[in-house]
Write a protein of this length. Structure first.
Length: 496
């Protein structure tokens, strides 16, 4: 069974025609995982037995003539900072190395109820802190397009698993770009929904005012199908929105011809790799060919976004990570004499260097004497950034920017320079600060054959419009769509 380029639509067609069973599909993917995971390192935990048992249940239902819809029979991968009942959830950290949650995240429950099959838990940066997946206690993930490069982060395992056909759809989480940047580096589609669109219950908190779970898939339609399932209000998450959910799949073909596309001039300046600039400008011209009108918009506070994000995100992280103290769950250091020593040693040995850096930064910006100068000011800048978007959206329907300033960089290239690493997030963090939905989709390749991502941003809760534009672009310019990969042979994984 060839699972390369497999989409939900293709899978459902094959299941309905009885050409294949869910069990066969899962086994074919597990066979690939067996072969490729030692190289790519995308899965931290593989749940073979549970998945096969589940597949058999679904096959039994199909054999009664049941018509697959939603995510029925779809093999999915879950980022390892999203809780899965009875399945180890490590957050790619030593401190949770053996943590088995007693409950599942709402998004996971919903996937299950929709008929998905969980194949395993994907590698990521420790507690989702990073842009390259190199901050994992389980080792880095490699980019399937070029094994010497990073897959992006922090949901690097999820994006690489989708790109390498080691699952059909994956869940990631996005606090400052962690779904979109890896999607861009791995040539797949990744959506960060509006803050509150998807329940955060069971997502291990990093920056609670920024975090969202988002789907990663090979096509926009598959992203839409997954969002349809995971979106919605949840009594367990007070910040989830009690608003109607659009029919995202039906909206994919809605009219985008009269679209007004906002192009922020600040997003195309210094620091942007010429190849990325060219690819995104080509995408913008293609949108124009499709009938969109271009509007120049301005995001005057964009230059403060990185500083703003790294104050707010670290402040929230320092508070959220206080719970990992070795008392109730997770790793506990041994050979200690006092309680204080136990806390200290547990956290010292349990957390990696980047997580400790964030906790220290966050504690500093919240400490008395510095609170007003850093944290309070950052909250004010956050409001200014939100206003920038509100103003821009009075003149346009969607905004377009690059997803990341460069294509995937080399493993080790930025790891010793945190500031350099943080700059990779320049186009993505503002979206979380403003709580907006945004998608990254493939729009071209670098001269080295690496995928380049384009980011589309919509007003709050306008995911339907966002996905429609993205889908129709993909139909007209199938840069890295699975059908283009196979026919044009543009997907090159020399070493796989
Ligand atoms: N790279 C950003 C960070 O390190 C974003 C991470 C994320 O979205 N989880 O904080």
């Amino acid at each position: 069974m060839d699972v390369s380029g497999l989409t939900i639509e293709g899978l459902h067609r094959a299941l309905e025609a009885r050409e294949v069973t869910v069990e066969e599909i899962c086994k074919a993917i597990f066979e690939r995982i067996e072969r490729l995971n030692t190289t790519l390192n995308v899965y931290i935990t593989v749940t073979y037995e549970q998945a096969i048992e589940r597949a058999r249940e679904l096959d039994a239902q199909l054999s009664t003539g049941y018509k697959p819809t939603g995510l029925y029979g779809v093999p999915v991968a879950i980022k390892d900072n999203i809780c899965t009942k009875g399945i180890r959830t490590t957050c790619a950290s030593r401190i949770l190395e053996n943590f088995v949650p007693p409950y599942s995240a709402t998004a996971v429950e919903k996937l299950h109820a929709a008929g998905a099959v969980i194949l395993g838990k994907t590698n990521c940066d420790e507690f989702a802190m990073g842009s390259s997946n190199e901050n994992s206690a389980f080792g880095p993930v490699r980019n399937p397009w070029d094994l010497s490069r990073v897959p992006g982060g922090s949901s690097g395992g999820s994006a690489a698993a989708v790109a390498a056909d080691l699952c059909v759809v994956a869940l990631g989480s996005d606090t400052g770009g962690s779904v979109r940047e890896p999607a861009s580096f791995c040539g797949v589609v990744g959506l960060k929904p509006t803050y509150g669109r998807v329940s955060r219950y069971g997502l291990v908190a990093y920056g609670s005012s920024l975090d969202q779970i988002g789907p990663i898939a090979k096509t926009t339609a598959d992203v839409a199908r997954t969002l349809q399932v995971i979106a919605g209000w949840d009594e367990h998450d007070a910040t989830s929105a009690n608003l109607p959910i659009d029919d995202y799949l039906a909206a994919l073909n809605s009219d985008v011809q009269s679209l007004r596309l906002g192009v922020p001039k600040e997003a195309f300046g210094v620091g942007l790799a010429p190849e990325v600039k060219r690819a995104v400008e080509t995408a913008i011209a293609n949108f124009e060919t499709m009938g969109a009108s271009l509007v120049e918009v301005t995001l005057p506070h964009l230059e403060y976004a990185i500083a703003d994000y790294y104050i707010i995100a670290t402040a929230e992280a320092s508070a959220n990570l206080a719970r990992f103290d070795g008392v109730r769950y997770g790793y506990r250091a041994e050979g200690v004499e006092t309680l204080a020593e136990m806390y200290q040693k547990t956290r010292d040995l349990g957390f990696g260097a980047e997580v400790k850096r964030r906790i220290m930064l966050g504690t500093y910006v919240l400490s008395s004497g510095y609170y007003d100068a850093y944290y309070l000011k950052a909250q004010k800048v956050r409001t200014l950034l939100e206003q920038d978007f509100r103003n821009a959206f009075t003149a346009c329907d969607l905004i377009v920017t690059p997803t990341a300033p460069t294509p995937a960089f080399k493993l080790g290239e930025k790891i010793s320079d945190p500031l350099e690493m943080y700059l990779a997030d320049i186009y993505t963090v503002t979206i979380n600060l403003a709580g907006l939905p945004a998608v990254s989709f493939p729009c071209g390749f670098s001269s080295d054959g690496l995928p380049i991502g384009c980011q589309l941003i919509a007003p709050h809760f306008q995911e339907a419009r966002l996905l429609a534009a993205c889908h129709q672009y993909e139909q007209n310019y199938p840069t890295a769509h699975p059908s283009a990969r196979t026919s044009a042979g543009s997907l090159r994984w020399p070493s796989l």
